[in-house]
Every structure is written in C-alpha cells, then in structure tokens.
Design a protein around this ligand. Sequence first.
Ligand code: SAM
Length: 238
Amino acid sequence: MNKDVLNLDHCGGPYDLTEANRETGYHPWPGTLAEQAVIAFFKANPTRIAGKRLLHLGIGNSSVFRAVGDHVSKFVGLTVCLPEKIHFEQTFGHPAHAEIHFASKHDPRNYDKIVGPFDVIVDVNLKSFACCEQHFQDMMALYVDRLAPNGVIITAATGLRFGWSAAKRLANTPGVSAGEAGRSWRILGEQGVQQLGERYGLTLEKHAVRGVAHWHGQFDLSGEPDIADESLWLLRKG
Ligand SMILES: C[S@@+](CC[C@H](N)C(=O)[O-])C[C@H]1O[C@@H](n2cnc3c(N)ncnc32)[C@H](O)[C@@H]1O
C-alpha cells in the first residue's frame, strides 16, 4: 500500500511535541486574512462574543485575544509553538479568565485540559495542519463535545483552501507528513466543511466579511496591507 495513504489514515501517533515546537512560532507575523476576518466579524457583531466562553485553536500573534479578551468571560487558547505562549504571557500576563496551553489539538492525550463548555470555537485552519484522518476526526469530535448548546465553530474560506506542506522546519503537529499528497489532503474545502456539518449534526451558516485589511504575503511585510473579502463558516450545534 502507498505509505502516504497509510500515514494519512492514521499517523501511528499521537506523538509528543518536539524541539521545533519549542523554538519557532508565528507571533512575529501579522494574522492571516482568515483571522482578521473573524476579528472584524466579532467587532461588527459584539453580542456574538460579549460574556461568551471562547476556545481559540492556534493563537498565533494573540490578535484574537487582543481584540476580544476584555469582552469574553473565558478564553482558552492552544498553540504548538511555545514562543507564542510566551509572547502571550509577556504581552497580557496571566489574566484570570484566560489560559493558554502548549498542546496539539490533534493529540487526544491533551483533551482533559480543554474544559468546556464553549459558546464559540475559533479555528481558521481546521484541517490545514492535521497529521491524519484519525486525529482530525478526534479533534472534530472534541469540538462538538465541548460546544455549549447553540454554540458555534467558526472557520474561514481561505483556511479551508490551505494545506500546510510541512516542508519547513517550523513548529507543527508531530507526525505530520511532508509532500504533496499530505498537503492536498489537508485542504478541507467547502465540500469538506459541509460533510462535517452532516456528520456531526451541525447547522451551517455562511457570512461574508467585506474589506478586510491584511498582509497579502504573510511573511513579506513590504508595502501596504491588502484589502480583501473573506467568507466565514459558522457550524452551529443544535
Ligand atoms: C499560520 S499560524 C496562524 C495563526 C493565527 N491563527 C492566524 O490565523 O493568524 C498557525 C497556528 O496554528 C497553530 N497550530 C498548528 N498546528 C496545531 C495543532 N496541532 N494544535 C494546536 N495548534 C496548532 C500554531 O501553533 C499557530 O498558532
């Protein structure tokens, strides 16, 4: 059998985080268009976030907490990059209503730490960094289990089109396979999100967010920020 197919079905893990997870992070870079669109959506719809319990997967440069931290009643963030957790703590200290875990969302050994229920779960890269189908579905089952009745998972169209190639030695999900087969498998797509809705009994809503300022080349900060439209997908429980 093709090794990639085997690995993408089940990576053989979960595996422990590595030295690379302690060394690199995305916090020096601006947030993605996807995340900027989520923030714009919350700013335009403050009742979606006021007093709510929020789980954020992939804290990056802490933009989401910066935007909504004063409004939510609880914030739990995950990252597989230790420097991102350190950056959060250096920027915000240890707010009583917030906790950041250096832990993989694709590792069920961590799930006891993620105590719900949550009204909102933000993950703009649902499958983009997944190691295999087993641990992707474990993550989805976790999200659905931790959602409060009427709670929503929020993701974004550009994140649905992104699959990490795993070619660079950057912090990532341990057990992730490099190469084209893995990259294209990590592209969930709009059809994939609709299938998740059916599988987990979630109702889907799509929201357009217009005119979002972001850096087009995320790792190239030359020039002015770009302005683009984005679509958010909301997957509602119940
Ligand atoms: C490209 S950065 C994006 C940061 C931010 N969410 C944004 O959209 O601007 C990828 C983020 O996903 C996180 N990440 C990647 N794989 C993960 C995993 N298996 N579990 C938890 N977080 C993960 C990284 O730690 C990092 O915060």
